[in-house]
Design a protein around this ligand. Structure first.
Ligand SMILES: C[S@@+](CC[C@H](N)C(=O)[O-])C[C@H]1O[C@@H](n2cnc3c(N)ncnc32)[C@H](O)[C@@H]1O
Length: 258
C-alpha cells in the first residue's frame, strides 16, 4: 500500500511515466490475457463515447487521468468539432501526450482530479478511466467530476472478483495475494453501488457494462483468449441476472445528467 501522501503519489506517476509506455502496454503490446482484460474495458469505453459523439452537439471533452493521451487523440480525430482536453497529475505524461497529439483541437493540463480547473457544468463529456482507484479521496473526486460535467460522464474502474473477496477474508491468503500482485498504485477499493449513490440525484447511470468475473490469474490457465471471452460473458450474464455488480474487475458506466 502506498503512503497517504500526495507528493509521493505525484512522484510515483512521474516515475511511472518515465519508465513505461503505459497505454501501449495496456492496449497494444504484451501478454495476451492482460491485453484481453484491458481491451474489454476499452471496447466498452469507446462504445459509450461513440454513442455520445454520434448524437452530436458535443463541443468539449475532457479525459481526467489521460496518461499518454490515447483516448484524447482518438476522440479529437473522430470529432474535429469537439475540443478535447487531457488532464493528468504527472507532468511527464502530459509532455508525452502533447508529443503524441496530431490535431489542433486538443490541449493538455497538469492537475489533480480532486481539483479540476473548470467551471461548474462546463465540460460536455468527462471520461475518467482507471483513475479513481489511484486516489485516496475517490468520493470527493466523483463529486468533482459531477461538478464540472455538463451532459455525460463515462467512468471506468476496477473491483474485486468473488474469488478474491472470499479468499481475502483469510488474512494469510490476502497477504499472499497482495505479495504476488504487482504494485500498480491502487489505493482505494471502489464499489459500483457506492459510486451510483455518490451521483447525488443530479446524475443517473444510463448503462453499466461489467467484465472480468474471475481473477485474471485464473483466466490465464485457459490458453484461448476467445474462450476466456465466452466464459466471461456467460458469467457476467449470471451476475447481472442476480444484480451482483460489485464483484467483478471491470466496470464501465455511462452516466447522464438528469
Ligand atoms: C491506470 S492509468 C489510466 C490511464 C487512462 N485513463 C486509461 O484508462 O488508459 C492512471 C492514470 O491516472 C493518473 N492519475 C493518478 N492520480 C491522479 C490524480 N490524482 N489526478 C489526475 N490524474 C491522476 C496517472 O498519472 C495515470 O496516468
Amino acid at each position: 500500500m502506498l503512503p497517504k501522501n500526495k507528493k509521493y503519489l505525484r512522484r510515483y506517476y512521474e516515475e511511472e511515466a518515465k519508465r513505461i509506455s503505459h497505454q501501449e502496454s495496456m492496449y497494444i503490446k504484451g501478454d495476451k490475457h492482460k491485453l484481453w482484460w484491458h481491451r474489454k474495458r476499452l471496447r466498452y469505453i469507446f462504445y459509450f463515447l461513440l454513442e455520445i459523439l454520434e448524437k452530436g452537439h458535443i463541443s468539449t471533452f475532457a479525459d481526467v487521468g489521460c496518461a499518454e493521451g490515447f483516448y484524447v487523440k482518438r476522440v479529437a480525430s473522430f470529432s474535429d468539432k469537439t475540443f478535447c482536453i487531457g488532464i493528468d497529475i504527472a507532468r511527464t505524461y502530459i509532455k508525452k501526450a502533447k508529443m503524441n497529439s496530431e490535431t489542433s483541437n486538443t490541449d493538455y493540463v497538469v492537475c489533480d482530479v480532486e481539483n479540476l480547473p473548470f467551471r461548474d457544468n462546463s465540460v460536455d463529456v468527462v471520461l475518467c478511466s482507471e483513475v479513481l482507484e489511484h486516489v485516496y479521496h475517490y468520493r470527493e473526486s466523483v463529486a468533482e467530476l459531477c461538478r464540472v460535467g455538463k451532459k455525460y460522464l463515462v467512468l471506468s474502474f476496477p473491483g474485486h472478483s468473488y474469488i478474491y473477496k472470499i479468499a481475502a477474508k483469510i488474512q494469510l491468503i490476502k497477504k499472499l495475494f497482495d505479495k504476488i500482485s504487482p504494485d500498480v498504485g491502487h489505493v482505494s477499493d471502489i464499489e459500483v453501488t457506492e459510486v451510483q449513490e455518490l451521483l447525488n440525484g443530479k446524475w443517473e447511470t444510463s448503462n453499466l457494462k461489467i467484465g472480468g468475473v474471475l481473477p485474471l490469474k485464473l483466466y490465464k490457465i485457459i490458453p484461448s483468449v476467445r474462450l476466456v471471452e465466452e466464459i466471461d460473458n456467460l458469467l457476467c450474464k449470471v451476475l447481472e441476472r442476480f444484480g451482483h455488480l460489485n464483484n467483478v474487475t471491470i466496470h464501465v458506466m455511462k452516466v447522464v445528467k438528469r
